[in-house]
Design a protein around this ligand. Structure first.
Ligand code: GLP
Length: 260
């Protein structure tokens, strides 16, 4: 994993946005894996700014979001569809027909999630996946003990995760108890991954993910198996990393062309 510690969230999102812009310039029809959550709000704002200033064109891009709640309409203020539309899709030139979120249709069978997996495959796989991380080390909604080989399926959310995501719902009890999420196996098939984390509350999860053993108790630790992951964190989120100095020296010694 390439660990990039930046001074603050603004620097992190500037770097992540440059990676995005570069990817779309080289590959205008890129397949993007997107995430939701507070961490993503400044990233989408920066991407929208890049779009308005003419550097980012998404007309030919395709989007697959990581996850969605089960049991609420896409119009609900807490749905990830609403989040993605409000912060990103409606502000750039993406073709809405190419924006996909997993759906729990078929939940009564074992096939739930299969259609999403097939749609990703048909699009040619995900070229660039953006991730946040939960305080318990989850990615997407793959809570601790998720199989590291899991595919898109329904998961039960922990109380902590529901509390962390309560804001648009008013109270944690109103946060749906279930969500459908890409699996860890699905995420690991993306060609490139950028994971963003800000603030002290993420410091323990980041340290375990990067420097701890690979374990289903820290789902993000499975990313240690992926050959192209950039972990972009601010000082606070990186504060519990033991090898901080090494990561900083590595970054300082990198030639410009290796940075994006
Ligand atoms: C939710 C999402 C994750 C996200 C996490 C952290 O659980 N499903 O994709 O990474 O929250 O969210 P935040 O960025 O708000 O801390």
């Amino acid at each position: 994993m390439e660990v990039i510690i930046q001074k603050d969230p603004a620097e992190c999102v500037r770097l992540a946005a440059r990676i995005f812009v570069r990817q779309l310039q080289i590959q205008p029809n890129a397949v993007l894996g997107l995430a939701t959550g507070r961490t993503m709000i400044p990233l989408y704002a920066e991407l929208v700014r890049n779009h308005r200033e003419g550097r980012l064109k998404l007309k030919r891009a395709t989007v697959f979001n990581l996850d969605e709640y089960v049991g609420i309409p896409s119009t609900d203020a807490g749905s990830f569809r609403r989040f993605l539309d409000d912060h990103f899709v409606n502000r750039v030139d993406i073709n809405p027909a190419r924006v996909h979120l997993p759906s729990a249709r078929g939940a009564e069978t074992r096939n739930v999630g299969l259609a999403y997996e097939k749609a990703i495959e048909k699009a040619g796989g995900i070229d660039l996946q953006v991730l946040g991380i939960g305080q318990d080390g989850h990615i997407g909604f793959n809570e601790p003990t998720s199989s590291l080989a899991s595919r898109t399926r329904i998961k039960t959310l922990t109380r902590q995760t529901r509390r962390d995501n309560a804001e648009p719902f008013g109270s944690w009890e109103k946060v749906p108890a279930h969500a459908i999420t890409m699996g860890i196996g699905t995420i690991l098939e993306s060609r490139r991954i950028i994971l963003l984390a800000f603030g002290k509350s993420k410091a323990a999860a980041i340290a375990k993910m990067v420097e701890g053993p690979v374990t289903a108790m820290v789902p993000a630790s499975a990313l240690q198996f992926h050959p192209d992951v950039k972990v972009i964190v601010d000082e606070a989120a990186g504060s519990r990393l033991r090898n901080k100095r090494y990561y900083k020296e590595t970054l300082a010694g990198k030639p410009e062309w290796q940075k994006l």
